[in-house]
Design a protein around this ligand. Structure first.
Ligand code: AMP
Length: 300
């Protein structure tokens, strides 16, 4: 079975939402991605934590499917992010962000990777993503995630990353921002011209849209009545997508469509509780049942 090498942020998140509040809980793009993808495939973490990241925090990565041997502990503090959701929980603002040890992180991809392994560049600095890509130029499939912060602060490097990846996952507002277009279809097509062979646009509670040169494909979100905390839903979606693709080792358009259903299912679990807690509770039966439910829900 292929493994997934994943690089991204490990954070302490503080969240304000109409549904409640949380201070300094475990988060980060790599955390959510790994906890979702590890339900399907082996994930090898390339990330950094500070001296304030203790053994109890580490236990979150205790699954046999998560390899932490390339996780670095540096002097200083772990990345911190604070965000607030508006009454419409599809809307979020970043209140503060401190990169801390993530700022000078020098990623080291494990030496024994091969061309069958998958690569996920989770939300993080495009420079870090480039450094990671350079260490793993031969991979089975490379998926990239990014956000407005990096589009705004390092567009030049991001453009280079886009030229070298197979796919991009991005949310709708960011797709419009990156392309400079207001129509989502024009935006998706324009991003395809920047390099990736596929672009998956996440639309929060409205689902996800796949752009490729062959076809377009759309999925609704799994209907969840009580969304408690949408933080990490995007990374979790990507975890379900990559986890499923790597488990089969092959990437075809048909498999990408099924992978998007798994991504949707995993994201629906993520939002049910604050932080990544729900991803730690579920098992393969929960995932399978919700997959079947979703297929029933979307099939005429
Ligand atoms: P999502 O809700 O999927 O967009 O991801 C939210 C997660 O991304 C949170 O756990 C944050 O710690 C993390 N995050 C927020 N801003 C950044 C950033 N600029 N770079 C990397 N990770 C970030």
């Amino acid at each position: 079975m292929s493994s997934i090498v994943a690089v991204g942020s490990i954070a302490f998140d503080s969240i304000e939402a109409p549904t409640g509040q949380a201070e300094e809980i475990l988060g980060g793009s790599l955390t959510y991605f790994a906890l979702a993808a590890s339900h399907f495939s082996r994930v090898r973490l390339v990330g950094v934590v500070g001296a304030d990241f203790n053994d109890e925090h580490m236990r979150v990565f205790g699954s046999d499917s998560i390899d932490t041997s390339s996780l670095e502990r540096a002097e200083g503090e772990t990345f911190r992010w604070r965000g607030r959701y508006l009454d419409d929980m599809n809307q979020r603002e970043t209140l503060s962000l401190a990169l801390n040890v993530f700022e000078s992180f020098d990623p080291k991809v494990p030496k024994d990777v091969d061309a069958n392994d998958f690569l996920f560049l989770a939300n993080g600095s495009p420079k870090l993503q480039l450094q990671t890509l350079e260490q793993m130029p031969d991979n089975a499939f490379c998926l990239l995630d990014t956000m407005d912060f990096w589009i705004e602060n390092d567009r030049a490097d991001l453009q280079q990353v886009l030229e070298r990846v197979d796919g991009l996952v991005i949310n709708d507002e960011e797709a419009k921002f990156l392309s400079g277009e207001t129509n989502l279809i024009t935006a998706g097509n324009k991003i395809l011209d920047m390099g990736p062979k596929i672009v998956i646009v996440k639309k929060g509670e409205h689902g996800a849209f796949l752009f490729s040169t062959y076809l377009h494909y759309a999925l609704p979100a799994y209907p969840i009545e009580h969304v408690n905390d949408p933080t990490g839903a995007g990374d979790t979606f990507a975890g379900g997508v990559m986890g499923y693709l790597a488990r089969g080792g092959r990437v075809t358009i048909g498999r990408i469509k099924r992978a998007m259903i798994y991504g949707t299912v995993m994201a629906s679990f993520c939002v049910e509780k604050f932080g990544p807690d729900r991803l730690l509770e579920i098992d393969s039966t929960d995932i399978r049942d919700r997959y079947d439910d979703f297929v029933q829900f979307t099939t005429p």
